[in-house]
Design a protein around this ligand. Sequence first.
Ligand SMILES: [Zn+2]
Length: 275
Amino acid sequence: MQQPGKCIFCGGTGLTKQHIWPNWLRKVIPRDANFHNQLNRHNVAFNPGKTSSMSVNEFQKQGHLGTRQVRNVCKKCNEGWMSEMEQKAQSMISEMIAGNSVTLAFDDCHTLANWVTMTMIMAEYIDTFTQAIPVIHRHFLYEFQMPPTGWKIWIGNFSGKDWKFRYRHATNVVTTVHEAMLHSNGKRKLSPNVQFSTMVIGKFIFHCASGPELLIEKCQWNDEWGLTKIWPIAKKKCFVFENKIIWPSKIIINDMMALAISEHLSKQMTGKTSK
Ligand SMILES: [Zn+2]
């Protein structure tokens, strides 16, 4: 997708090693494991909701998930706008991880949505085979400091046992039968074009979907899932309480619900029940 040695956001050179999840998180949420499991799931749907195929592979990696690093951004981005984006969100995220109530106005939703987008773009580099976020989306975040069109982000209130610091990523290739045939004949490469990421950090859970706008537009959650959309939102409408979002919401998302959330939209899009 990207030439080796070039910054994934600005295209500049001089790459530095960057933590996917900020290092200050270790002070807020203990890194109490010395290994983590990585599961890569890859779905292919020929015409949304029709025929599909799927591949899954799982393996164990050393160290806590929070220590994962990638060398894909330049020093200027890393120490510049990325660091600013992170600092802006830090206190809000810290409160949410601890389960302390926060009130989110439009600007807070924007700050949080930016951080989620940046972090989920970085996290996709854990497995480049299932990478689905296109270069144009990375450039958009860099250029405009807001999530690109075709992104939706939800937050929720989590309490569980298994999910303490967990990231799940499902990608789909949504294409036509014709394209798929060209692919099986070796004439066309099929790259994932839709991704669903779910992340739990302490009491804070977020979920995001990105891909072609028309497909993402259909991604919705009913109230009983306990997720509140923070992006996209209109500046003065769509807030649930006096133009603001109060977090945590009353619905508590547990381990089973988190797992279901991480797979639901992806399954819906491929029309297939997966592992
Ligand atoms: Zn850069």
